[in-house]
Design a protein around this ligand. Structure first.
Ligand code: F6P
Length: 319
């Protein structure tokens, strides 16, 4: 490897910059040049490249977003788009590529791998839904953002004796809702991995109210249903004063937490190590605090699951 590329793709996540920094610095440590691909796979197709030096990634470890920009690219889902990307990489003598992103980005990396181009996937998404890693870059920061919001909403929920439905992101995964709901002391957590029962929710709300509970927090993952719809169902079937808060894209921003910066640094550097060893077609991750890597095609064939023990615990503690 003389020269490698790095790109960020899909929804941005806090810690992506820290991961890019790790890729660049680790590569330079090995005397490898680094080319940043600007704008994800769209930038790869159009050849929007820039050389990254040690100083290019100075002063970014603490910044949210991605200084290489990101995009969701329909063209790269086609064989022609992928071929154009590979041609650009070859034209610029780029021997391997690190892709930082979520499941859509991994599909792109998998496609490049299947066409014989060495790629390593680094899990960067707030959703925590990538198979082959216990945690993704950005998840911890998003959780802290959500907890901060829950704490603030709890204050006003208490003052006005209201029931609040807080809708959080996560696409088809319930990790953000589960972890933030547990950490924020939510009374009910709705995740797409578990079918929800309106009657059960209402019974819990009523039981709580009979015990003297004046307010309630229900955290709902966007993959379940819209918070507005759940709020409407509760209002229609009870006399609880209900409000809905959709947290939205604020969950994707902000300075990464220490945990995300460390995770991003470890995973970014590890991706470069693999390329240096000539191992393309891998997806890196963290398991029991150890760095791991899997065949990217095999990893994508697996299914991400939630932590069932955590889900049970959240139910036991939110009585
Ligand atoms: O994958 C990250 C994520 O923020 C999901 O949680 C959410 O469903 C989606 O991206 C939103 O995508 P967009 O920013 O394109 O609206």
């Amino acid at each position: 490897m003389k020269r490698i590329g790095v790109l960020t793709s899909g929804g941005d996540a806090p810690g992506m910059n820290a991961a890019i920094r790790a890729v660049v610095r680790k590569a330079i440590y090995h005397d490898i040049e680094v080319i940043g691909v600007v704008g994800g796979y769209a930038g790869l197709i159009s050849g929007n490249f820039k050389k990254l030096e040690v100083g290019s990634v100075g002063d970014i470890i603490h910044r949210g977003g991605t200084f290489l920009f990101s995009a969701r690219c329909e063209e790269f889902k086609t064989k022609e788009g992928q071929q154009k990307g590979i041609e650009q990489l070859k034209k610029h003598n780029i021997d391997g590529l690190v892709v930082i992103g979520g499941d859509g980005s991994y599909m792109g990396a998998k496609a490049l791998t299947e066409q014989g181009y060495p790629c390593v996937g680094v899990p960067g998404t707030i959703d925590n839904d990538i198979p082959g890693t216990e945690f993704t870059i950005g998840f911890d920061t998003a959780l802290n953002t959500v907890i901060d919001a829950i704490d603030k909403i709890r204050d006003t929920a208490t003052s006005h004796e209201r029931t609040f439905i807080i809708e959080v992101m996560g696409r088809n995964a319930g990790d953000i809702a589960l972890w933030a709901g547990l950490a924020g002391g939510a009374e009910t957590i709705l995740i797409p991995e578990e079918i929800y029962n309106l009657e059960e929710i209402i019974t819990r709300l009523k039981k709580g109210s009979e015990r003297g509970k004046k307010h309630s927090i229900i955290v709902v993952a966007e993959g379940v249903n819209s918070g507005v719809e759940i709020g409407r169902q509760i209002e229609e079937n009870t006399d609880f004063d209900t409000r809905v808060s959709v947290l939205g894209h604020m969950q994707r921003g902000g300075s990464p937490t220490a945990a995300d910066r460390v995770l991003a640094s470890r995973l970014g550097a590890y991706a470069v190590e693999l390329l240096v060893e000539g191992k393309g077609g891998r997806a890196v991750g963290i398991e029991k605090n150890n760095l791991v890597d899997y065949d990217i095609i095999e990893a994508l064939g697996r299914k991400h699951t939630i932590d069932n023990n955590l889900y049970q615990l959240s139910k036991e503690l939110s009585i």
